[in-house]
Ligand binder design. Structure first.
Ligand SMILES: C[S@@+](CC[C@H](N)C(=O)[O-])C[C@H]1O[C@@H](n2cnc3c(N)ncnc32)[C@H](O)[C@@H]1O
Ligand code: SF4
Ligand code: SF4
Length: 345
């Protein structure tokens, strides 16, 4: 029996953060390289990152976890000789190709969500941060050196807000021209982005927009910008393009998110209104999540008890969305916290 430990992102992903590259889908774990001078030595940093990642993979092949990964829900054990081991793991075993690129290396935004989990997001308009680096030259290099697996490549824009990312249009054009399997856009939806429209027309596109509300009043309290109807109209416009361009060769979807914020939107009326909006907009799925900033404060000493009615909100969310033909989703780790009823470290 040949056992190995596997985390898809560690084996085949790269996540760009300010001053840092990592191969973990969470911000501060896994293998990484970092430095204030990363923008001046982009490719050198990348090479040393690659070296560290390869060493970590070699350890995982011997079933030895790296320290940060112990206990992580994404870390799974497989037997390479078993028929049940998925093909993509067997295919990845001897390759270090990149299947996931996550773009998170900028922190400026035109919105001011009260829950935003980036410590620098404190004001409505953010100045550009010094740790920002130009990513497109490195992405071009990865393609030139055939280090990306274009048949499987997923590119995910997080942020900051992509509407204020200077390189955004050029990165989208480049990956559409040179091969990508899907593009995932996290957007606050305040501004209509022609680059999203372009991608809907040409590839598989996932648009994720957190509206967290059902009225302009609640939207303003949470997002701290008075643009509820702009967002609704932009989502409507993306959905109408999707309806025209989805075909057998590609499929794009919109997910609306609702983050439960203590005492602001964590009630049945707001959640019901949100699902109604999703139904009217005919989006594909809805995503419910907890406010991680709230539950993770003072994690060193404090256990955070999830309000008792959250389980009812979750049950309602699952039932109601399905009833109206929308796919409901909640991350596995959030479900585990809800089931347990509290969060601690
Ligand atoms: C940091 S944002 C960046 C992308 C984009 N600006 C947006 O808002 O979609 C990425 C995702 O993290 C989620 N997020 C931010 N802060 C959060 C928190 N405290 N708890 C749960 N999710 C959060 C947002 O809803 C969003 O879907
Ligand atoms: S196993 Fe978990 S902590 Fe480790 S790289 Fe994967 S997602 Fe990150
Ligand atoms: S839109 Fe995204 S990046 Fe901007 S404040 Fe909200 S969660 Fe943060």
């Amino acid at each position: 029996m040949k056992e190995l430990l596997y985390c898809d992102f560690l084996w085949s992903g790269i996540n760009f953060h300010p001053n840092r590259f990592s191969c973990c889908c969470t911000p501060y774990k896994g293998i990484f390289v970092e430095g204030n001078n990363i923008k001046d030595y982009l490719y050198d940093f990348f090479l040393s990152f690659e070296k560290k990642r390869t060493e970590a993979i070699e350890k995982m092949k011997k079933s030895i976890p790296i320290k940060d990964c112990i206990g992580c829900v994404h870390l799974k054990k497989y037997d390479m000789d078993s028929d049940e081991t998925p093909d993509y793991i067997i295919n990845n075993y001897n390759k270090n190709l990149i299947n996931h690129i996550q773009i998170n290396h900028f922190k400026h935004c035109d919105c001011g969500c009260i829950y935003c989990n980036q410590p620098l997001y404190k004001k409505t308009i953010y100045s550009k941060q010094s740790e920002y680096y130009d990513l497109l030259p490195l992405i071009k290099k990865l393609y030139d050196k055939k280090m990306v697996n274009i048949n499987h490549l997923e590119v995910e824009f997080q942020g900051g807000s992509i509407s204020v990312l200077d390189e955004f249009p050029n990165i989208v054009d480049f990956i559409l021209e040179n091969g990508v399997k899907s593009i995932q856009y996290f957007t606050n939806g305040l501004v209509y982005l022609p680059e999203i429209e372009k991608a809907i027309k040409r590839t598989n596109c996932l648009i994720i927009c957190s509206i967290d509300s059902s009225t302009p009043e609640t939207f303003l309290k949470i997002k701290r910008v008075n643009k509820f109807y702009d967002v609704i109209n932009n989502v409507k416009k993306y959905q109408s393009i999707i309806d025209i361009y989805n075909s057998e060769s590609h499929n794009s979807t919109i997910t609306l998110k609702f983050i439960l914020v203590d005492g602001v939107n964590d009630n049945l009326k707001e959640l019901e209104g949100f699902i109604k909006i999703a139904e009217n907009l005919k989006v594909f799925s809805c995503h419910l999540d907890l406010d991680y900033r709230m539950i993770m404060k003072d994690t060193q000493s404090i256990r955070y008890d999830i309000p008792k009615h959250y389980k009812d909100l979750y049950d309602f969310f699952m039932t109601k969305t399905r009833e109206v033909g929308i796919i409901p989703w909640m991350p596995e780790y959030t479900k585990q916290i809800l089931d347990k009823g509290y969060f601690d470290v």
